[in-house]
Design a protein around this ligand. Structure first.
Ligand SMILES: [Cu+2]
Length: 135
């Protein structure tokens, strides 16, 4: 009976020892040179903020016409007619405002909510639209 199995085990053991010792090499440690994390300059992405928005209506547009918000935010919207006579309605959010009126809406779902002028104000009435994007 040959003792091949003992020989095999010895080779394996030797290989294992060599592999372990190879890990002893100390690589360059550049942690000290790492730049400090740059301060976050952007607004927090999480919802829960209250945004006060004065929607200014002129002949014939709203400003701002593109409103961005996050789920969980509350929008306080006030309509202000700067020229002409306009109203605003946001059908999907159940909001309808006349000049000088305000409404507070809690945004509890993501989506795109269109708003439009609610008073037949003239030739550009159909152009008076905007969007609230909630993400
Ligand atoms: Cu109108």
């Amino acid at each position: 009976m040959k003792k091949k199995s003992y020989l095999f085990l010895s080779v394996v053991a030797l290989a294992a020892v060599m592999a372990l010792s190879a890990c002893g090499d100390n690589g360059n440690n550049n942690a000290a040179n790492s730049p400090a994390a740059t301060a976050s300059a952007s607004a927090p992405a999480a919802g829960g903020q209250t945004q006060e928005i004065t929607l200014e209506a002129t002949n014939f547009q709203f400003s701002p016409a593109d409103i961005q918000a996050h789920v969980g935010d509350t929008l306080k919207i006030t309509l202000k007619n700067a020229s002409g006579n306009h109203g605003v309605e946001i059908p999907d959010l159940g909001v309808s405002l006349k000049n000088g009126e305000s409404a507070e809406v809690k945004l509890d779902k993501a989506g795109t909510f269109d708003f439009n002028c609610s008073i037949q104000c003239g030739s550009g009435h159909d152009n008076m639209v905007g969007t609230i994007t909630v993400s």
